[in-house]
Design a protein around this ligand. Structure first.
Ligand code: IPM
Ligand code: MG
Length: 356
């Protein structure tokens, strides 16, 4: 069990160290090695994905990732932007399928901005394609048009094989769940989406037991707010998935609760909380470590086939929520507001109590 640990920036290091406490309880045999990425990579080696960090990622069995990013990131040139390190890592390891579950913990229903009956029992997974689309499509850049104005441009681009592999990943996920898959695109406007829809439909013939539907992304965004429980698994492209997964995360009350897994052809995966680096609250011991801890649970299950250990971690998280522990982002009346470290300790204690 060789785990590359990439805490990254902002609240990343704080939440990752809580996940590592949990790892030491449920899998003390794991070997961990840390490497800088994002702004931390720039500080250490001048680039957001330093060569030694990529080398470590390549030889590891799995990657535990915190977050990357600094305030005002968009103003930095792309090669030196912290987020670029994460995009390069996803591309270098061909991590093409990003699983982002949005699960409503019953204890947190009051924390959602949506009415309880809309989100009670919510349990969906967004499978976001991670290696293509406008994120990586060429050509891209800036140019000067005939009027002498600057123009910025990107290319939304999907090949059949790129759509096929993520479609298979999504259909397999639907098979392990409630056998429903909704593919989200913008096929009424975009060629890239037209091809996406054709390929997903074709792949669907291999999965007659999975009910396949299609939605345009605007309608999908609306349905996520109106009747989110109609979904089981959603599969969509990189850009739409980036947006929809943040929206889906908020259904559950806090993006601070949600883990994710980025998987490729092998069992090796990158596991990261869906939330970002939150520079405004970094270093204050207020960030919610539960998304990082739940990301660790996903790692145990997906990369190491340690289902029991994964379930133990998830149960421990449920236990601390049930006991009334809350970080500031999920604070409710009548609960006890704790900091990042105390929340991590509470999960560790809950794990010890299980064993007893
Ligand atoms: C995400 C993030 C990244 C993305 C950024 C940090 C590059 O928003 O993982 O959703 O856009 O993919
Ligand atoms: Mg995002």
């Amino acid at each position: 069990m060789k785990i590359a640990v990439m805490p990254g920036d902002g609240i990343g290091p704080e939440v990752v160290s809580q996940a590592l406490k949990v790892l030491r309880v449920v899998a003390p045999q794991a070997e961990t090695q840390e490497a800088p990425i994002g702004e931390a990579g720039i500080q250490a080696h001048g680039v957001p994905l330093p060569e030694p960090t990529l080398a470590l990622a390549r030889k590891a069995d799995a990657i535990l990732f915190g977050a990357v990013g600094v305030a005002d990131e968009a103003a930095i040139e792309r090669e030196r932007r912290p987020g670029t390190g994460l995009l390069q890592l996803r591309e270098a390891l061909t991590l093409y399928a990003n699983f982002r579950p949005a699960y409503m913990f019953p204890e947190l229903i009051g924390a959602s901005t949506l009415r309880p009956e809309v989100v009670d029992g919510l349990d969906i997974v967004i499978v976001r394609e991670l290696n293509g689309d406008a994120y990586f499509g060429q050509p891209r850049g800036f140019e000067i048009n005939q009027a002498g104005e600057r123009v910025g441009f990107n290319t939304m681009r999907y090949s059949e094989s790129e759509v096929e592999r993520v479609a298979h990943a999504a259909f397999r996920a639907a098979r392990r769940r409630h056998h429903k898959l909704c593919s989200v695109d913008k096929a009424n406007v975009l060629e890239a989406s037209q091809l996406w829809r054709e390929v997903v439909t074709r792949v669907g013939q291999d999965y007659p037991d999975v009910e396949l539907s299609h939605l345009f992304v605007d309608a999908a965004a609306m349905m996520l707010m109106r009747r989110p429980k109609q979904f089981d698994v959603i599969v969509t492209g990189n850009l739409f998935g980036d947006i929809l997964s943040d929206a889906a995360a908020m259904l559950t009350g806090s993006i601070g609760m949600l883990p994710s897994a980025s998987l490729g052809y092998e069992r090796k995966g990158l596991y990261e909380p869906v939330h970002g680096s939150a520079p405004d609250i970094a270093g204050k011991d207020v960030a919610n470590p539960l998304a990082a801890i739940l990301s660790l649970a996903m790692m145990l299950r997906e990369s190491f086939e340690m289902d029991d250990a994964a379930s133990r971690v998830e149960q421990a998280v449920r236990a601390v929520l049930a006991a009334g522990y809350r970080t500031a982002d999920i604070r409710q009346d009548g609960t006890q507001c704790v900091g990042t470290r105390d929340m991590g300790d509470a999960v560790v204690e809950a794990l010890h109590r299980q064993a007893a």
